[in-house]
Design a protein around this ligand. Structure first.
Ligand SMILES: Cc1cc2nc3c(=O)[nH]c(=O)nc-3n(C[C@H](O)[C@H](O)[C@H](O)COP(=O)(O)OP(=O)(O)OC[C@H]3O[C@@H](n4cnc5c(N)ncnc54)[C@H](O)[C@@H]3O)c2cc1C
Ligand code: FES
Length: 246
């Protein structure tokens, strides 16, 4: 893992939905699906860099999809093409895609869909169904359709797809493995459903991060094997391993 920040030139930074942006940075970067980069688009303030998952990658650029939540992502959203940002990575373990085979369900909530495009592009010889939940409007699902067998959308208000949440429309028993990323309450529900049906479940965790490289313990989560660092031991864990407090 590279532990230094490199500077990269922004070639795309566009709004794709309300508060949701896609940014691409020029250069040849590396990453496994599910890994993330620590990003800073500012000098001193805010003090900490922000972890963002790899959305897509090719020989010329790396791309991220992010939701504007607070100060850091707000500054990022105001950057223009040609501006430089700093990136460190790839960080974390990512999904071991070579071992993911058979009939796969990808279950996401909101911006939890961001790491899944690169992930499903990298899974070979499998059937993949996507269950993606949003508040009001979907994003990225059209790109996902190119690599998935089925894409099922839910929204909280029913304005698109099924009215309700993803846990109501997917049955883990139909799948060999489930990959899940989203709000903790949703991941806990999906993980428990998988436990009850004996289906393997991998979840990608979100915790606030400081160093991003395993040195500060600021991102620790509780597991059946004691505390683990989301930035270094994760962000991908077995659902049965993590104790989610939601
Ligand atoms: C491994 C990992 C991968 C991630 N990938 C993505 C991604 O691909 N796209 C994306 O939009 N976001 C992603 N996130 C979340 C992203 O890092 C936070 O939204 C971001 O750090 C918020 O920074 P801010 O300065 O805009 O907000 P802040 O001002 O720091 O916080 C604003 C709000 O966001 C919440 N928040 C802050 N950090 C996190 C966090 N790490 N997780 C959950 N909530 C947080 C705060 O509690 C607060 O309510 C990821 C987080 C992790 C740990
Ligand atoms: S953020 Fe420092 S150990 Fe994870």
């Amino acid at each position: 893992m590279q532990q230094v920040y490199v500077e990269g030139k922004i070639v795309i930074n566009k709004q794709i939905e309300k508060n949701i942006y896609m940014i691409s940075v020029e250069g040849k970067f590396e990453a496994k699906p599910g890994q993330f980069y620590m990003i800073r688009a500012w000098d001193k303030e805010p003090f900490l860099s922000r972890p963002i998952s790899v959305y897509d990658l090719d020989d010329e650029k790396i791309s991220f999809v992010y939701e504007v939540r607070g100060k850091g992502t707000e500054i990022l959203s105001k950057k223009n093409c040609g501006d430089a940002i700093k990136l460190m990575g790839p960080c974390g373990n990512g999904f071991d895609v070579d071992k993911i085979k058979g009939k796969i369900a990808v279950v996401t909530g909101g911006i939890g869909i961001a790491p899944m495009l690169y992930t499903i592009k990298s899974i070979k010889d499998s059937k993949i169904d996507i269950f993606a939940g949003f508040r009001e409007k979907s994003y990225i699902t059209n790109e996902m359709k190119k690599y998935a067998d089925n894409v099922y959308i839910t929204t909280d208000n029913g304005s698109e797809g099924y009215k309700g949440n993803v846990a109501e429309i997917f049955n883990p028993i139909e799948y060999n493995a489930v990959l899940c990323c989203g709000p903790t309450v949703m991941m806990k529900k999906v993980s428990n459903m998988c436990l009850n049906s004996g289906t393997a479940c991998l979840i990608s965790m979100e915790e606030k991060m400081a160093c991003g490289v395993g040195a500060c313990l600021g991102c620790a989560c509780n597991t059946s094997d004691g505390k683990k660092r989301v930035c270094k031991d994760g962000p991908v864990f077995w659902g049965r391993e993590v104790i989610l407090s939601a």
